[in-house]
Design a protein around this ligand. Structure first.
Ligand code: NDP
Length: 292
């Protein structure tokens, strides 16, 4: 059994982004990519995630702006703020850290879809998701991209494999299901209404768990030699744990990602890649306009 070191792989990806930012922007005195993260309210986990994103930006030479807005921020204020960022040519990517406070959460779709698709760095607008599901997207949500990178890094042949994805959020489950399908896996996307979950998992060559329930996947869910990817991040009194019972599963599978240190660092590294990609696209479009 091999434990995938997400930190090492994330480091490689960030090094590559840093090199491109240096060669194409810093050394040529051109504007560097700029990522804006917005947190509304006081969610502690959100602050930790945004800090790690800010740190990664610093490592890669990407400019990072973090706006911490109060929990009683109104929808109107937030939409106006997002529209200003949309219009700001120095901003390459915009990310609204989820979850939003309860009062704003009912308007989450409207808020996320106010971000211009060309600046929607986590690929959560309906336009970008539609493009992803149609197989013509430029970017995908960072966690889903990170999961595919893990499989590819381990040179695991996805083509023709049976994959079970547990969880159907846009951010993770649905997006990674779509990416796996585009790479010719046969995907079963499970959720809280799925019947016979254990039996379905037992047939999976690739098992991806994105639920948010500590250690719910035990050894008897896992096919011998499967590739197990644990997306879950659960804060317990014993620290961070995943959705997979690592100790019970590790000797049954071929590959497993740990929590922490598996998918999490890849999510942040892929956010750096997406920011650079959107910046490059914006510059290309500006060039086209100038040529006309
Ligand atoms: P959501 O809460 O949006 O989705 C959870 C999914 O799990 C839903 O589709 C839900 O089904 C399904 N589910 C809940 N209970 C069960 C069950 N008993 N059996 C089968 N399916 C079930 O969560 P996210 O997708 O945003 O995140 C999932 C986990 O991944 C969380 O722990 C989160 O912290 C973590 N995460 C980690 C990231 C990383 O970088 N490592 C990034 C993003 C998330 P239904 O749709 O029917 O309600």
């Amino acid at each position: 059994m091999s434990v995938t070191n997400g930190k090492e792989l994330a480091k490689e990806i960030k090094e590559n982004v840093k090199k491109k930012v240096y060669e194409n922007y810093i050394s040529k005195n051109r504007d560097v990519p700029c990522l804006v993260c917005i947190i509304v309210g006081d969610d502690k986990a959100s602050k930790v995630y945004v800090n790690s994103k800010k740190k990664a930006c610093e490592e890669c030479g990407i400019k990072s702006l973090v706006y911490q807005l109060p929990a009683d921020t109104t929808k109107e204020f937030l939409l106006d703020f997002l529209n200003k960022l949309n219009a700001d040519k120095t901003v390459s990517g915009i990310l609204v850290q989820l979850p939003l406070p309860e009062k704003l959460d009912k308007d989450r779709d409207e808020i996320i879809n106010t971000i211009l698709p060309s600046k929607d760095v986590d690929c959560l607008t309906h336009e970008n998701l539609g493009r992803l599901f149609a197989g013509v997207g430029t970017i995908a949500p960072c966690t889903a991209t990170g999961i595919i990178k893990i499989l590819e890094h381990e040179k695991f042949d996805i083509d023709g494999k049976d994959a079970v994805v547990i969880g159907r959020s846009l951010l993770v489950g649905k997006s990674v299901s779509s990416l796996l399908q585009s790479k010719n896996a046969t995907v079963t996307n499970c959720h809280s209404h799925t019947k016979n979950l254990k039996e379905k998992c037992q047939n999976a060559d690739i098992l991806i768990v994105a639920v948010g329930k500590p250690k719910m996947i035990k050894k008897d869910f896992v096919k011998d030699g499967a590739f197990v990817i644990d997306v879950g991040i659960n804060r317990t009194e014993n620290g961070l744990v995943g959705d997979v019972d690592f100790e019970s599963v590790k000797d049954k599978c071929s590959y497993i990602t740990p929590v922490p240190g598996g998918v999490g660092p890849l999510t942040v590294a892929c956010l750096m890649e997406n920011t650079l990609l959107l910046h490059e696209k914006a510059k290309e479009n500006t060039k086209c306009v100038n040529l006309e």
